[in-house]
Ligand binder design. Structure first.
Ligand code: NAD
Length: 480
C-alpha cells in the first residue's frame, strides 16, 4: 500500500482502473515525505461503484441475519489478524501516535465489528404488527454512501459500515483523502472473507468525489462524519434530493471539574479526555471548566501533565502528542492561537512549534486562560492541541458555561461523588458524557446535540425502510 501510485478504486470485489486520471499525494505528517498517491475519483467512478452496489443489493438484502452476522464476524476476525498493519498504515498517513492508533484503528474497529455482528444476528426483518393484524417489515434502505474523515478513520468506518451491513444495505465508501489506504484495504479484506462482490465498494478522493456521491442517483442514503460546515452543506443538498442523511459532526466539548474532584485521577485521564489524538478528535473536551476556588491548583495539574507529556514522532510508543495531520491543519491551529492572543487571552503553556522538531507539522500542547466566552477559541472547534481553562462558581454555573456552545457532542465530569456528577451530566446538552474519564462502550448509543449532528448514531434502524402490511382479522399466514 505504502510507496505506490494507486490507479485503482475497489469496486465489485476487485481493483478496477479508475476513470479519473487525477491523483492525490499522501504525505506523512511527521516526516513530510511522500507516502503514496491515490485516485481522486470522479462522478464516473462513483457511478460505477454505485452500480455495483445496486446490483449486489437484492442478493445481500435477502441473506439471513445469521449469514450477515457471520460475515461481519469474519470481517472482525480478519481485521483482528491485521490490526497492527491498520494501525501503522493510518499513523503513516495522519500522524496519530501509535499507542492511540493501535486502539482507534486496531482494537476498537474489531470490537465494533463484533458488536455489529451480534446486532445483525438479532435483527428481525419481519415481525407481527400491532394487534397481530398484519406484519411490520424492516427493509434495507438501499445503497448507502459513507463519507468519513481522517482522524480515526477505521473506528469511524466500522461505526457506519457495521449497521449498514447488518440492515442488509450495500455501500460505497468515500474515505478522507488523507487516510485512503486503510479503507482500500477494507474492501480487499471484505472480499477475502466472503462478502459478495459489490457489497462493499471504496472510491478514494476529495470533496468533489464526496459531492458526486451525494448527487449520485444510485445512492439511497448518505452517512456522513466530518465537519459541521461540510455536514450542513451535505444535509441541505440531501434535503433537496429527499435523500435520508445521517450527519455526525464537530464539537467543542466541556470537561467540568467539580470542587470535590480527585485531581490525580483527573491528571491521569486529562489527555485521553481533553486532547486525544493531539486534539484532533470530535469529542475532545477542549474547554476545561474548573472551580474558581481551586483554579490555580487545577491549572497547575493541567500545565504539568501536558508539559511533561512526550511530544514527538508518532512511531514512538511513549509519545502522547504527535504532529497535526497536515500543513493546513497546523496553519489553522496556529491561526487560532494568534487570534486568542489578539483577543486578550494568556498563553500559559506552549503556543508555538516545538524546538528541535523542524520537520513535521508539530504544534506544542497549548493552554489558554483569561478566555472570554465570546472569544473564537472558546466558541469554535480548533481541532488541535489547544485547551482553554475557565473558572466556574459552582455546579449550576459550570453547567451554564458548558452549555454555552453551539455544539453538543462529548463531555466529561470529574467528581468523587458519582451521583452528583451524573446529575450534572443529565443537565449537559451533549450526546456522550464520561464520568471520571470512563470510556463509553461501543454498544452505548449517543448522538450530537445542536450543531454536532443530525440523526447520528441511530444504528441499524437508520438504515431501514419500514413497511406495514395489514390484513383482515383472523387471517393466518404460514411462518408469521
Ligand atoms: P471534513 O468535513 O472536511 O471532511 C470529512 C469528509 O467529508 C472527507 O471525506 C471529505 O473529503 C468529505 N467532504 C468534505 N466536504 C464535502 C462536501 N461538501 N461534500 C461531500 N463530501 C465532503 O472534515 P475533516 O477535516 O476530514 O475532519 C474533521 C472534522 O470531522 C471535525 O470537525 C471533527 O469534529 C469531525 N468529526 C466528527 C465525528 C463525530 O462522530 N461527530 C468524528 C470524527 C470527526
Amino acid at each position: 500500500m505504502i510507496g505506490r501510485k494507486h490507479d485503482c478504486v475497489y469496486v465489485n470485489g476487485a481493483w478496477q482502473t479508475a476513470h479519473s486520471t487525477d491523483r492525490i499525494d499522501l504525505i506523512d505528517p511527521a516526516t513530510e515525505s511522500w507516502v503514496a498517491s491515490v485516485v481522486d475519483g470522479d462522478a464516473e467512478d462513483v457511478a460505477m461503484a454505485a452500480a455495483a452496489a445496486r446490483d449486489a443489493l437484492p442478493g445481500w438484502a435477502e441473506t439471513s441475519s445469521t449469514e450477515r452476522a457471520n460475515l461481519i464476524a469474519a470481517l472482525a476476525d480478519a481485521y483482528d489478524q491485521r490490526r497492527e498493519e491498520f494501525a501503522s498504515l493510518v499513523t503513516a498517513q495522519n500522524g496519530a501516535v501509535i499507542s492511540r492508533s493501535r486502539r482507534t484503528n486496531g482494537t476498537r474497529p474489531v470490537a465494533l465489528y463484533r458488536h455489529y455482528a451480534e446486532v445483525a444476528r438479532t435483527f428481525r426483518a419481519e415481525a407481527p404488527g400491532p394487534n397481530a393484524q398484519g406484519i411490520v417489515r424492516r427493509e434495507p434502505i438501499g445503497v448507502v454512501g459513507i463519507i468519513i474523515p481522517w482522524n480515526a478513520p477505521q473506528s469511524l468506518l466500522a461505526h457506519k459500515l457495521g449497521p449498514a451491513l447488518a440492515a442488509g444495505c450495500t455501500v460505497v465508501v468515500k474515505p478522507s483523502p488523507e487516510t485512503s489506504l486503510d479503507s482500500l484495504l477494507i474492501g480487499e479484506i471484505a472480499t477475502s472473507v466472503g462478502f459478495p462482490a459489490g457489497v462493499i465498494n471504496v472510491v478514494t478522493g476529495g470533496r468533489t468525489t464526496g459531492s458526486a456521491l451525494v448527487e449520485e442517483h444510485g445512492i439511497d442514503m448518505i452517512s456522513f462524519t466530518g465537519s459541521t460546515s461540510a455536514g450542513r452543506a451535505i444535509a441541505a443538498r440531501c434535503g433537496e434530493l429527499l435523500k435520508p442523511v445521517v450527519a455526525e459532526l464537530g464539537g467543542k466539548s466541556a470537561a467540568i471539574v467539580l470542587d470535590d474532584a480527585d485531581l490525580s485521577l483527573f491528571a491521569e485521564k486529562l489527555i485521553a479526555t481533553c486532547l486525544p489524538n493531539t486534539g484532533q478528535v470530535c469529542y475532545s473536551c477542549t474547554r476545561v471548566i474548573v472551580p474558581r476556588s481551586r483554579f490555580d491548583e487545577v491549572l497547575e495539574v493541567v500545565t504539568t501533565t501536558l508539559g511533561d507529556a512526550v511530544l514527538g514522532s508518532p512511531q514512538d510508543p511513549a509519545a502522547s502528542f504527535g504532529p497535526l495531520a497536515s500543513a493546513t491543519q497546523r496553519e489553522r491551529v496556529e491561526e487560532y492561537i494568534d487570534s486568542a492572543r489578539a483577543e486578550g487571552a494568556r498563553v500559559v503553556l506552549g503556543g508555538g512549534r516545538p524546538a528541535g522538531l523542524s520537520t513535521g507539522y508539530y504544534v506544542e500542547p497549548t493552554v489558554l486562560i483569561d478566555v472570554d466566552r465570546t472569544m473564537r477559541v472558546f466558541r469554535e472547534e480548533i481541532f488541535g492541541p489547544v485547551l482553554v481553562v475557565v473558572p466556574h462558581d459552582g455546579d449550576e454555573d459550570a453547567i451554564r458555561i458548558a452549555n454555552d456552545s453551539s455544539y453538543g457532542l462529548g463531555g466529561a465530569v470529574f467528581s468523587e461523588d458519582i451521583e452528583r456528577a451524573t446529575d450534572v451530566a443529565r443537565r449537559m446538552q451533549t450526546g456522550g458524557i464520561s464520568i471520571n474519564g470512563q470510556e463509553r462502550s461501543e454498544a452505548a448509543p449517543s448522538s450530537g446535540y445542536k450543531d454536532s449532528g443530525l440523526g447520528g448514531d441511530a444504528g441499524v434502524d437508520a438504515h431501514v425502510q419500514f413497511k406495514s402490511i395489514a390484513w383482515p382479522p383472523r387471517t393466518l399466514i404460514q411462518g408469521v
